[in-house]
Design a protein around this ligand. Structure first.
Ligand code: 1GP
Length: 246
């Protein structure tokens, strides 16, 4: 089954999914990472970052892919982040912003490479919301996040993404955000859209993760809290399984 089909089936069936985001720049010991994820396997492993400075991107993707823990899906900060052993890519359009580079520029740069690569491409609306601090994605993309008070604009932006044919909607406050996407925003968007909803940014507790799932997210993404050991992956999976009736 394709990665997208799996997420769509979960969305229709009200099933909840967990993705762990791995930023290769922050990986010190990839074998240790594999061990941790093997002990408590998430549904997906996302790999990517706004800025890549180390030379280990391919190695991290290949090692995670060879470990066969979960599908490895690229979450690219730019056109260079396409690794050969990944299973697919979230092709992100940063539609909360008006920077052409992240609406089409990087996509054009990567297009031929992605075609030759031949893996699954998942067109994704990427909406950056204000999470209380200036995050790297905001700096790098040079775009302004939408205020979480402006629910109408968030919904209209999400609807536009759906109408443009995107298959997933990613609501994001940015890696390391002080605040997550609010439950009100999540449930309001969920009521108006049929697309599977991904929510990420600043999720630091199992309770918050559960509330976000319950508000309508199909897939939640956790990066920083996992990386810093601030959240117990086993507990998270337990909550997910409880919500899924397992
Ligand atoms: C970033 O949503 C992801 O794109 C994860 O955010 O690192 O804050 O968990 P955190």
């Amino acid at each position: 089954m394709s990665i997208l089909t799996d997420i769509q089936k979960s969305n229709f069936g009200g099933k909840k999914l967990l993705a762990i985001l791995v930023d290769p720049d922050d990986v010190l010991d990839v074998d240790h990472l594999v061990k941790e994820l093997k002990n408590s396997p998430p549904n997906l492993i996302l790999v990517g970052g706004s800025v890549i400075t180390k030379n280990n991107f391919e190695l991290v993707v290949t090692t995670l892919s060879n470990a066969e823990i979960a599908p490895v899906v690229l979450f690219p900060g730019d056109a260079s982040q396409i690794a050969k052993d990944a299973d697919g890519v979230l092709l992100l359009s940063l539609i909360s912003g008006r920077n052409p580079e992240y609406l089409i520029g990087q996509h054009v740069k990567a297009a031929r490479h992605i075609k030759d690569w031949g893996k699954e491409v998942i067109p994704t609306s990427y909406i950056l919301l204000n999470g209380g601090n200036v995050t790297t994605v905001q700096k790098v993309s040079e775009t302004h996040p939408i205020s979480q008070m402006d629910i109408d604009l968030i919904i209209d932006t999400a609807l536009a993404g759906q109408q443009m044919g995107h298959q997933l909607l990613y609501l994001e406050t940015g890696s390391g955000a002080l605040e997550t996407v609010s439950l009100e925003v999540i449930s309001s968007v969920k009521q108006m859209l049929s697309l599977p909803l991904i929510v990420g940014g600043g999720i630091k507790s199992v309770e918050k993760a559960r509330a976000i799932w319950e508000s309508g997210a199909t897939l939640i993404v956790i990066g920083t809290a996992f990386e810093k050991g601030g959240i117990n992956l086993e507990d998270l999976l337990l909550q997910r399984d409880q919500l899924n009736g397992n």
